[in-house]
Design a protein around this ligand. Structure first.
Ligand code: ZN
Length: 278
């Protein structure tokens, strides 16, 4: 259900009550929170890849962001998502090395995702939970795209956490467990059939996570969607000779992408399929 918050005020000059729907305010606020979370997703990727602590910096002080090139600690004004990147012309303030475009793009994508979630679910607990799911999936997407790896250190703690949060969202526990069994089992079967050549073990655990986020019906829809998108991207890449037929595509990227879409519009997608296609 979409929730609405209204701001009501009394105007003393016109003797009238004013009412403003804050739905758009919530979307803008969610977008800004999303930008900051996107910045955290970038930091998490950098820190995990370089075996740095997420919380602690040197000498047990809280971790601060540094420029990966000159290692100068960044000031607060350099850490404003997207804005700092544009203000600095995409270069480090200290050593003038260009900052990778990944950083502002991930921040922007996370902001847009949070905005979409707020638009879809309004001022509800659903918005908080689904936004958290989207940030986690964005991290999985980014990491799998860059390193063809789904990190268990992130994925395994997420599974029980997502289970509890989906219960809070009103999903039935058996729907989640069967969804996880189907999502994980689908990839486990392929893993066994191909002896680990088609997909990695990380995809099995990601399948479990999808089931915990989406429940049985929408998980199946998300799997279909991931294959359709994956096949389309692969054909496009092969057609442009960017990819040899033998090369391996990190399937976790398509799975996490499809899961985000299905978190937002999964039920509508299933409805549409059942009524229009079948
Ligand atoms: Zn630098």
């Amino acid at each position: 259900m979409r929730g609405f918050l209204f701001v009501v005020w009394y105007d003393e000059r016109t003797f009238a009550f004013g009412v403003m729907n804050t739905h758009w305010l919530i979307i803008v606020f969610a977008f800004c929170v999303g930008l900051a979370c996107g910045s955290f997703v970038n930091a998490l990727e950098y820190r995990l890849q370089n075996a740095l602590s997420v919380i602690w910096g040197k000498g047990r002080t809280p971790a601060r962001s540094i420029c990966p090139h000159c290692r100068t600690q960044l000031a607060t004004r350099d850490l404003i998502p997207v804005v700092s990147y544009l203000w600095l012309g995409g270069r480090c303030r200290f050593c003038q090395t260009s900052i990778h475009w990944q950083y502002p793009v991930v921040e922007l994508v996370c902001g847009i995702l949070f905005g979409l979630v707020a638009w879809r679910f309004g001022a509800t607990v659903d918005t908080l939970i689904v936004a958290f799911f989207c940030a986690a999936l964005l991290f999985i997407f980014l990491y799998d795209l860059k390193y063809q790896l789904i990190l268990d250190v992130v994925l395994l703690p997420l599974i029980p956490c997502v289970f509890v949060l989906s219960l809070v969202r009103g999903y039935a526990w058996h729907d989640l467990l069967i969804g996880a069994l189907v999502g994980g089992g689908f990839f486990a079967a392929q893993y066994l059939l191909s002896r680990g050549r088609w997909i990695g073990g990380g995809d099995i655990r990601l399948g479990v996570l999808m089931g915990m986020m989406l429940g049985l019906t929408v998980t199946i829809a998300a799997l279909f969607l991931a294959y359709i998108v994956g096949a389309a991207v692969a054909l496009f890449a092969i057609a442009r000779r960017r990819l040899a037929l033998q090369s391996r595509i990190a399937f976790g990227t398509f799975l996490s992408f499809a899961t985000v879409l299905c978190l937002l519009w999964g039920r509508e997608l299933v409805e549409w399929y059942l009524h229009r296609v079948l």
